[in-house]
Ligand binder design. Sequence first.
Ligand SMILES: *Cc1c(COP(=O)(O)O)cnc(C)c1O
Length: 395
Amino acid sequence: MPECLSGSVGLRYNYFPRAGLSARTEGNATRGGGKGEGMQITVTQVAENRRRHKPKSGETLGFGNHFSDHMFLMDYSQGTGWRDARIVPYGPLSLAPSAMVLHYGQEIFEGLKAYYARDGAVCLFRPDRNAERLNRSAARMCLPEIPVEDQLAALRALVRLDREWIPRDEGASLYIRPTMIATEAGLGVRSSAEVLFFIITGPVGAYYARGFDPVRILVEERYVRAARGGVGEAKTGGNYAASLLAAKNAKAQGFDQVLWLDAERRCFVEEVGTMNIFFVLRGELVTPPLSGSILAGVTRDTVLTLAREWKIPVAERPVEIDEVLKGAADGTLSEAFGSGTAAVISPVGSFSCRGQEVQVKGGRTGELSLRLFREITKIQYGEIEDRHRWIHRVE
Ligand SMILES: *Cc1c(COP(=O)(O)O)cnc(C)c1O
């Protein structure tokens, strides 16, 4: 039984994700028997008087400051697999101090958003891509995979239950953070036989509350984020820990983010902060290829798909930092921007390298950056047709 707050109401759902149906049942939830039935999720709702503080409309939300009433949990043991899918009140986890994740960093996560579309429907943007990527990250980090349909069922059930937490302010959304951690108690260095998967959510504000302003970027030549053969292509916490010092130094010098270069030669561009990077060079949209040290962003894929449809020449190829700096100086680089779920598109105004700062297009936001930002957010909010079936409605 999941731990729950006293006085909470127990509800049990039978959940049939493949059929897109859910049915509430009384009595004990047992492990789903038949194939194709999907997993069953036990729901323990938070008591009315234990509801968390919900920020008011118009309140500055920021990012990652508020968490909604419930969370999804599921346990895994080697040999028996996943069990006990459940939604319970948001609260602390109980973990042995020797839990392997705390010592050896065996952890992965995802990030996506739920929001109200124009017509009032609750939507997710390409959640299947996040689920597939979680499984790729899991494979790299020796963690167990979860069927994509089960991940989607968990997301839908949780978002549906906490849909009142989705902010209705323009550009605001409910950020969703699926996470998997190694929970086996023990200090032996090996992959954990016990694993916890959880999903938490929380309202976040519009990224561009103060406008679509280009950012100042510092080219990082000393530290690297990831090396080929390492774990750069997995969405794992260690990559973020590895990036903190460089980001802190850059901020202290007045920059917004760092541009990461390749680990071997500090010659090729990799990513910008925690986003994928794009350049418009001589009219061609260029981004570094997925060579092993770069994260395969869902937004990156969305940008590439749209640009190809718009008949813009596109290349996934190595980009030398010198080409970028020269291009900014002589005008052959007309735009640069980062892509990621949080910001969607983040225009780059300047690059600074070895004490020299060069502006991109006079530090103004580029045309393509703006066009992509508008198109993607319009698709997300149901203002234009979703030709690619990227939107998943949470019924
Ligand atoms: C999550 C992430 C991205 C962006 O991926 P999206 O799926 O577009 O949000 C880019 N780089 C890194 C390092 C990331 O962790």
